[in-house]
Write a protein that binds this ligand. Structure first.
Ligand code: EPZ
Length: 469
């Protein structure tokens, strides 16, 4: 069954719990009974942070884009609604998304949608490149930080755009008869992922050469560059700190497949480590996760590569404490900080975790302490003293990766852990609870507490040992 955006991103093979679909869904919670080892195989979905920006990049195309390996996420649904509001036609069947961007009916993105999904701000670059004009609401901050967009704006101004920000709207246009951006040499004060992606996309149709220096090196940046090049763009150096883009007149149709999600992969590795499990994960790109795999092996978790795109995790004898400093890629990824902290709560010894990328990304520490962890936070540094065990309790996820951390802790905590705040989790993880359940975790999603216990006690059958979805 083909599904059209503007309505709901639901297709025949699976459904996305949509917080707005029913009042009860807002109150849905995860219940986890810890202490059950995982086994079998888990299929990793396409990368959220590639899918969102590549969908925005489809605005550059004067034809059809077929995008494969698109994860089933609330954020993807929202990005689809933003593109549909701009006049694009989108249809989805399972993990294949078809985008027809021949017609862009407006340069004005809807305020209520952009403020719900900050990644939709990335569309400002392609809109300016295609139309020479864009009105994008400012995305605003979120739980983890102020999330400014000054680097995006300053880079577009360097390429000839005039930008005024008033009443929360970023009004941008390219003066001059042909309304075409001009190539420029731009140094980014911070290797911002979003700013690198916005400017790289804008430069694909600019007049002349653009050089981005101190650019972000995340794998999703290279994935976006490969997507744009598959449409005829001329981008070199993506994945390094200097990216060169030679502008072309227009970009043509493409059929492109997104890389696997390295953060989902890391999250499952941590779930395996904390439950002392053995299972396999694929498809994965091990090179995208070097700092995380190295850190896990250093603290005692055996991880082996099986073939080019499969990892096997094995039970650790014991978990040793370690220190973590989050950094732009290729350093330790900030998106893995919260999930990794959950694991370190049970390591032997003291760990020090320093969050240097975002200014408010340690809020999960207090919720982990409710589960019996021993964490002190001072500024952007968390001091984690390993404890012998965690015990289940009701907790609340404050943001996407914090919620994942609570799931990981719940898999090891004694007794029942109830996790609220699933709207965060569903933004960025493709059916996480279902995948964990199929690996043998005792985890269920319920719309309210009462039916949870009833449902679990009637369902004593063990989930299948090895299922991949
Ligand atoms: C992307 O966010 C990811 N989101 C984030 O993933 C990820 O944590 C982050 O990159 C860092 O890797 C998507 O790709 C959709 P940044 P982005 O611009 O682009 C400062 C997740 O959990 N900055 O690299 O917004 C900013 O304040 C999400 O999947 C400016 O100062 O991150 C931050 O301190 C969370 N001015 C630092 O740069 C700007 O104009 C890094 O932010 C832009 C950013």
């Amino acid at each position: 069954m083909r599904t059209f955006f503007g309505g709901r991103l639901i297709n025949s093979s699976s459904s996305l719990p949509d917080a707005k679909s029913s009042p009860e869904a807002d109150s849905s919670v995860l219940q986890i009974w810890g202490g059950h080892p995982l086994q079998g195989h888990v299929k990793i979905s396409g990368a959220k942070n590639s899918a969102l920006v590549i969908m925005a990049g489809a605005l550059l195309c004067s034809g059809d884009c077929r995008i494969r390996n698109v994860p089933l996420l609330a954020d993807v649904e929202r990005m689809g609604q933003v593109l549909s509001a701009l006049g694009l036609r989108l249809t989805r069947e399972d993990d294949i998304l078809d985008v027809d961007a021949r017609e862009i009916s407006t340069s004005k993105a809807p305020y209520e949608l952009v403020t719900q999904l900050r990644a939709s701000f990335f569309a400002i670059g392609p809109l300016l490149a295609r139309l020479g004009v864009a009105q994008m609401p400012l995305p605003g901050g979120c739980a983890i930080g102020a999330r400014p967009v000054d680097l995006h704006v300053r880079g577009l101004q360097a390429m000839g755009a005039e930008v005024q920000i008033e009443h929360g709207i970023c009004n941008a246009f390219v003066p001059g008869s042909n309304g075409r951006l001009k190539g420029a040499r731009i140094y980014l004060d911070t290797p911002s992922v979003g700013a690198t992606e916005t400017l790289m996309m804008a430069a694909t149709l600019a007049d002349g050469e653009t050089i981005l220096e101190n650019a972000a090196r995340e794998p999703e940046v290279a994935d976006l560059a490969n997507f744009c090049n598959s449409m005829g763009a001329k981008i070199r150096g993506a994945g390094t700190s200097t990216i060169t883009i030679n502008g072309v007149e227009k970009l043509h149709s493409t059929d492109y497949s997104i890389i696997p999600d390295r953060i989902e992969t890391g999250t499952f590795l941590l779930a395996g480590a904390i439950t002392r499990s053995e299972f396999t994960l694929s498809p994965v790109v091990p090179d995208h996760l070097i700092p995380v795999i190295a850190k896990l092996q250093k603290i005692g978790v055996p991880i082996i590569e099986e073939g080019s795109d499969c990892l096997r995790i094995l039970p650790a004898e014991k978990l040793r404490a370690t220190d973590i400093d989050t950094l732009p890629h290729p350093g330790f990824p900030t998106d893995m900080q919260a999930p990794f902290m959950a694991l370190l709560t049970l390591a032997e010894g003291d760990s020090i975790i320093n969050e240097s990328v975002f200014e408010n990304r340690l809020r999960h520490a207090s919720e982990l302490n409710r589960l019996g962890a021993d964490i002190r936070v001072k500024g952007n540094t968390a001091f984690v003293r390993g404890v012998p065990m965690l015990s289940g309790a009701p907790v609340i996820g404050t943001d996407l990766r914090a919620s994942a951390a609570l799931v990981i802790a719940g898999l090891a905590a004694e007794g029942k852990t109830t996790i609220q705040g699933l709207k965060h989790l569903d933004r960025g993880y493709d059916r996480l609870d279902m995948k964990l359940q199929q690996l043998g975790a005792k985890i269920i999603r319920v719309n309210n507490e009462a039916s949870a216990d009833a449902e679990l006690h009637t369902n004593n059958s063990n989930p299948p040992a090895s299922v991949s979805i």
